[in-house]
Design a protein around this ligand. Sequence first.
Ligand code: AMP
Length: 288
Amino acid sequence: MNQIRHAIDMQRWATQQRSDGKTIGFVPTMGFLHEGHAALLKQARLENDLVVLSIFVNPTQFGPNEDFETYPRSLETDLDVAKRHGVDVVFTPAASEMYPQRDLLASMSAGEAATKLCGASRPGHFDGVLIVVLKLFQLTQPNRAYFGRKDAQQVAVVKGMVKEYFLPIEIRTVATVREEDGLAKSSRNSRLTEGERQEASILYKSLSVVETLIKNAGDSTSSEAIENKWQAFLEENLSLGKVDYATLYSFPDLQPVKDLSAPWIAAVAVQFPSARLIDNVVKEGGEE
Ligand code: AMP
């Protein structure tokens, strides 16, 4: 396994492989790898000649009062995980490599979809995600790139960018990997206190509640009525965490739900004192 630190070396390597006719599967991450990331690597390994993993905690997707400084990092362990999963190249750039002119020339707008859900409470977050993903695509030149369903809104905005800019890259979505009690695996889980960790499984449980509410909904049941019950369930069961949103939208266009039999996404975010957690469930048939 090769570790590449410089942007130009990454791009030279990828250009060479592509001109040799090799396919590249790319998994972008912020490191502190867990089994969710591993699922992306496994899928990439199955579908491509070569697998590139990037580890980069991207400053432009964090707001001024967010956890950029305290985001968990563990490069040595991550390199072991990458090796075990047959990664060919781990790309570990410094911020100065990714933003060679500071961020002067880097600007993207993720559009209307990014003003909802996480975009509403993290203004500018998805613009930062698009900037770094586009840069990483330029450097790693993948045939396919792998993203987790846990960050469903991220998948939607990245797919939007690929479509808008005609990028010749297939975006592959991988199902959310969970702990035994249903909590979605996340690097930020490591920061939860014991009490917060116990409470955190409520995000997933609340998604099962929503699914049942929708299954039992009659013709006259509104999506607002379902959201209200869902939010009440969360509030009853949370003492440390605070609901950021618990919202039902049509999927993938993220509009208010008119028809509960059409594809939808139920997405939830809870702010705990130590970390903000998100989760979602997408109705079958609403995958693309
Ligand atoms: P992150 O390092 O948190 O930026 O995540 C990197 C990629 O891994 C993103 O595409 C995430 O959606 C994906 N990912 C994170 N957690 C999970 C999980 N529990 N299951 C599947 N994919 C995940």
